[in-house]
Design a binder for this molecule. Structure first.
Ligand SMILES: NC(=O)c1ccc[n+]([C@@H]2O[C@H](COP(=O)([O-])OP(=O)(O)OC[C@H]3O[C@@H](n4cnc5c(N)ncnc54)[C@H](O)[C@@H]3O)[C@@H](O)[C@H]2O)c1
Ligand SMILES: [Fe+2]
Length: 323
């Protein structure tokens, strides 16, 4: 067994190529990734390179790699991305500062291990950001125009577990029950969005992550309430369903619009309570880059499953609101 420990958060084509070189030089026959979404995405990319001709970038898009990946086992340590079970991986092209999205059944790991004990060491900030990523998967998937009965049920389960335990997991990192809820919630959210897609939050978060190398979950957490407000005219009823899921007692008392607004408020309050409600300018995001960020987000395939396809100015207004 040989160790490659060069995977950085938001993994790059360079780190995938370095890992693949080691894989070839040492005659590996499979990959075990230990870590969060970055480790799994890098491992999935190497698995695809091992069975499909280089360069990796030629396979951007859906089902572009013809051959099944080399064997991959994902051992997950964040709750989170659910990359350990999804059929996609994201790799940053540092020449263009764009996160390339690769998707296809051939990229699925053979075995995924989700053990909450491996998450007890995840610090508060990372627990918060990765947990908000999982919540974003569930919320965006529930309103996605690709959602269907199965993804709806999975997303609602995820939302219940994440609302129940994310704040506790952040405040008490050693609380195994909260970690268990979070790993289950992120897994359900992963099965949901892996089949039903996400939306503008992810498209814009990919643009921010590619441009400034910012944590994926944190970008999602910051953008989520603003995109929800933008989606209100198409998705109020669906946001209301999600609110009734976390507060079943209110179902008879509130109009759908009031419940939808209450849900957006609940998301914002959770984010504030766990420290992910941060203005974008505090992360080094520059207003002069909004045009570029909006152009990148519009080209991201995640926009296609958002309930309303945005105009460039819509994305700029969302970024301004989050600034
Ligand atoms: N393929 C997919 O389905 C999918 C979905 C969403 C996001 N992503 C991608 O996943 C990446 C983000 O992954 P992530 O949010 O899991 O974070 P990550 O994998 O980038 O890890 C963040 C940091 O946490 C540390 N860490 C991980 N587990 C730890 C633990 N148990 N204890 C202490 N430290 C730990 C890592 O070393 C790293 O420094 C992004 O590149 C994003 O685009 C992929
Ligand atoms: Fe995500």
């Amino acid at each position: 067994m040989v160790l490659y420990d060069g995977v950085e958060p938001n993994p790059t084509l360079a780190s995938v190529n370095a890992a693949y070189e080691l894989y070839c030089q040492t005659g590996c026959g499979g990959i075990i990734s230990l870590g969060g979404g970055s480790a799994h995405d890098c491992a999935k990319a190497v698995g695809i390179l091992a069975t499909n001709p280089a360069p990796l970038a030629r396979y951007v898009g859906v089902n572009q790699f013809p051959n099944e990946s080399a064997p991959v086992i994902t051992v997950n340590t964040t709750a989170g991305t659910a990359s350990e079970i999804t059929n996609c991986f994201l790799i940053t092209d540092t020449d263009t500062n764009v996160k390339l999205i690769f998707e296809g059944v051939n990229a699925l790991a053979n075995v995924a291990i989700d053990d909450p004990e491996l998450m007890l060491t995840l610090p508060k900030g990372l627990t918060a950001a990765t947990g908000m990523d999982a919540l974003t998967h569930a919320i965006e998937c529930y309103v996605s125009n690709l959602s269907f009965k199965l993804t709806n049920e999975l997303a609602l389960i995820a939302i219940r577990y994440i609302f129940r335990s994310l704040a506790t997991a952040v405040q008490e990192p050693g609380n195994l029950e909260a970690r268990d809820d979070m790993v289950y919630g992120q897994y359900m959210a992963g099965m949901a969005f892996g089949n039903g897609g996400v939306g503008i939050v992810h498209a814009a978060a990919h643009a921010l992550g590619g441009t400034y190398n910012l944590p994926h979950g944190l970008c999602n957490a910051i953008l989520l309430p603003h995109v929800m407000r933008f989606n209100m005219k198409a998705s109020a009823k669906r946001y209301a369903h999600m609110y009734y899921t976390i507060h079943p007692d209110t179902a008879a008392a509130l109009s759908d619009e009031d419940a939808a607004n209450a849900f957006i408020k609940a998301v914002e309050e959770l984010s504030a309570a766990i420290g992910t409600k941060i203005p974008l300018h505090e992360l080094g995001v520059q207003e002069c880059d909004f045009e570029l960020l909006a152009d990148k987000a519009l080209k991201d395939s995640c926009c296609e499953t958002n309930p309303i396809f945005p105009a460039k100015n819509d994305i700029i207004l969302i970024l301004k609101a989050a600034f």
